[in-house]
Design a protein around this ligand. Structure first.
Ligand SMILES: Nc1ncnc2c1ncn2[C@@H]1O[C@H](COP(=O)(O)OP(=O)(O)OP(=O)(O)O)[C@@H](O)[C@H]1O
Ligand SMILES: [Mg+2]
Length: 312
């Protein structure tokens, strides 16, 4: 199991007048190899949830396991908690706890919303290499570094020799996003989390980034978790989808079951994929089309068949 969340709750600014319950008793599992989608109205807790998946936020209540290892052993284990409280945990043990957390984090790469805003180095090479240095790469030789940066840039479809010495800020929008993704996958995370990876891109850019994500799933990170507001993208790409509403997970379903519950999706303030909406509208006018069609080709096929059927 790649990620397991059990009874996770999280409050921002606890104990202050600004306190806000962002996650409320959330439990879910993401097995290895899945393309897992997360949807929900703005403010429902999606980004807070995924930041727990790589221990960027540590659980206040509940547990987060990454490949079977709890991120907060040293916090939730009552014995260890007592030791920390009574200052009985040695410096070495505390350091070890931190190292373990780093090793866990390395397995889960996080691509934030608009990742290009986080580019900062003077050259594309340095930007991508930062990820490796940050994780204390074992082999620090310049050759090893160059090999890994080259590989990451090529995986995201950028030409290493062309971009290595360029400022990341000179790149085009699409190239910047690719360079930022290279900085995450350079450590070869087993799980890749993307928070709205297609936000702000034109239709062609969106298509290209989604194709890239599939390629990365195949070649680098076998488990992908994607937050997305575009239901067409969710329907086309995800194997299962978690729906968040007001800090809770309402349900986790494969898209073909999820989008059959059109009334519920609309009640949650979410939009159905366009072909589902068209099928529903036609059914209200007397057609009998399946309502879990995700692409234009399936819809036109179903419509063709319906029109050929003799009227009852
Ligand atoms: N640093 C913070 N301090 C206080 N409240 C926060 C903080 N970050 C998020 N929140 C609040 O927690 C709730 C959940 O936020 P989160 O960013 O997880 O939502 P989201 O589902 O990702 O929303 P969006 O779709 O807009 O990105 C929101 O009400 C938000 O205002
Ligand atoms: Mg968010």
């Amino acid at each position: 199991m790649a990620i397991q969340i059990k009874n996770l709750s999280y409050v921002y600014s606890p104990g202050t007048p600004f306190s806000h319950l962002a996650l409320d008793d959330v439990s879910l599992e993401v097995p290895d190899g899945e393309f897992f989608g997360i949807i929900g109205h703005t403010g429902s807790g999606k980004s807070t949830l995924v930041q727990h998946f790589n221990a960027l936020i540590l659980p206040q209540k509940g547990d987060v396991m990454i490949f079977g290892q709890s991120v907060n052993n040293h916090r939730t284990d009552p014995e260890v908690r007592r030791e920390i409280k009574e200052k009985k945990r040695s410096k070495k043990q505390l350091k070890q706890d931190k190292i373990n957390l780093k090793a866990l984090r390395r397995q889960v790469g996080m691509v934030f919303q608009y990742p290009e805003y986080q580019l900062f180095a003077e050259t594309v090479f340095d930007d991508v290499a930062f990820g490796l240095k940050n994780f204390g790469e074992e082999d620090k030789s310049p050759e090893a570094l160059e090999r890994q940066v080259r590989e990451a840039l090529e995986l995201v479809g950028l030409d290493f020799d062309e971009v290595r010495n360029r400022s990341p800020f000179e790149l085009s929008g699409g190239q910047k996003r690719r360079a930022a993704i290279a900085g995450v996958i350079v450590t070869k995370p087993k799980v890749l989390i993307l928070d709205e990876p297609t936000a702000g891109l034109d239709p062609r850019g969106k298509k290209e980034i989604l194709a890239l994500i599939h390629e990365l799933k195949r070649t680098c990170s076998p488990t992908v978790i994607m937050i997305c507001h575009d239901m067409n993208e969710i329907a086309e790409h995800c194997t299962r989808v978690a729906v968040l509403e007001k800090s809770k997970v309402r349900f986790v379903l494969p898209p073909e079951e999820l989008f059959l519950r059109g009334d519920l999706i609309e009640e949650l303030g979410l939009e159905l994929p366009a072909p589902c909406r068209i099928a529903r509208a036609l059914n209200k006018r007397g057609f009998d089309l399946p309502e879990n069609l995700f692409d234009a080709a399936s819809l036109s096929r179903a419509l063709g068949e319906a029109l050929r059927r003799p009227p009852c």
